[in-house]
Design a protein around this ligand. Structure first.
Ligand code: PLP
Length: 235
């Protein structure tokens, strides 16, 4: 991407690519939630993205997100980074969705804090889809227990699954993981017994969101394709 491009121009191009990929999977662009990932970007970038028509934002760090969420409280904010148990209360207060539930313990904490705050929070379970030792997320074998426990927990609604496949330049290398996550998702949706609430599949980032949409993503999380490259501070 060229450095001179504005957030508006990049956002427009991403939306166009989303619409085309959605059409290839028999859907409309508006059916895909585009989560604009603003980690390490200053708050004014969020303002520009809003002006470009984006309405859903994702942040990785509770601390960093707080200032931006206070600046733009009326948009939909998703937590997409690892949630430490000691930050659950704050995360529940700030975010509209939590995409990174990776244990029953964490889900129970969110349930309790959301109950205290009088909220019902939609959440996704993060799956370690490639079984990478270094990655966050629940092993696929651990999913059934969590899916079965969720309907009994107040304050949360388990809405679907999220995953981050191993990083690769080539989106075709991500596709098998997207397919696998979609299969797991369908098994879970049948198992959940909680009515039609397991509807969301969060997968796909700047380099592979089109393949993810073709494989059934309902949410994509896109950072650099919208905001440009970011200062390196991810770990
Ligand atoms: C940073 C991040 C993204 C966006 O990554 P890009 O490659 O910049 O689009 C998506 N999901 C998660 C969990 C992230 O941490």
């Amino acid at each position: 991407m060229s450095a001179g491009e504005s957030i508006r121009e990049r956002a427009a191009r991403v939306l166009d690519r989303v619409a085309r990929a959605a059409a290839r999977s028999g859907r409309k662009g508006e059916e895909i939630r585009l989560v604009a990932v603003g980690k390490t970007q200053p708050a004014w970038c969020i303002g520009e993205a809003l002006e470009a028509g984006l309405t859903v934002f994702g942040e990785n760090y509770v601390q960093e997100a707080e200032e931006k969420i206070r600046a733009f409280p009326s948009v939909e904010w998703h937590l997409i980074g690892k949630l430490q148990r000691n930050k659950v209360k704050k995360a529940v207060a700030l975010f509209s969705w939590i995409q990174t539930v990776d244990s029953l313990g964490l889900l129970s904490d969110i349930s309790r804090r959301a109950g205290e705050a009088g909220k019902v929070l939609p959440v996704l379970v993060e799956v370690n889809i490639a079984g990478e030792g270094t990655k966050a997320g629940l092993a696929p074998e651990e999913l059934p227990a969590l899916i079965e426990a969720a309907p009994g927990l107040p304050g949360i609604r388990l809405r679907g699954l999220m995953a981050i496949p191993p990083w690769t330049e080539d989106p075709e290398e991500s596709r098998p993981y997207f397919k696998r996550l979609r299969e797991l998702f369908e098994e879970c949706a049948q198992r959940s017994g909680a009515g039609p609430v397991m509807t969301e599949l969060s997968m796909g980032m700047s380099n592979d969101f089109e393949a993810a949409i073709e494989e059934g993503a309902t949410m994509i999380r896109v950072g650099t394709a919208i905001f440009g490259s970011r200062a390196r501070r991810e770990a």
